[in-house]
Design a protein around this ligand. Sequence first.
Ligand SMILES: [Zn+2]
Length: 125
Amino acid sequence: MLKVKVAICGQAIALDGFFGKFIRALNEITVYKNIRLRHPDTGRALCGYCDPSKEEIFLCPAPKGMVAESTAKVLVHELCHYVFPKLPEEGVIFLEEFLWCGLNEEQKRILRGYVPKEYSRAQPS
Ligand SMILES: [Zn+2]
């Protein structure tokens, strides 16, 4: 029983640590919301894109042909790319799922607040 408690406690501390990193990152970068989002090299439709060198994150709530997903969850994915630029895609997907399951409703609400209300014409280059 004690072991379980320690594990849950450790996870909560780790999640708070990630959340703090994300909020610091969000205060450094620009987040755009786009009606259409395409990969600058491949032209593939995307629901999110991060350019760590330009400190930009693009979010596209429901690109054509893709299942609409929570934009805040996509933001978590792109923030993982920004905070850990060398982490491969599989690691980012794992971290996104782990964090999204563990973040509390208040933290998710705060993250949703960083999703711009207005759409932008800016595109990744
Ligand atoms: Zn990714």
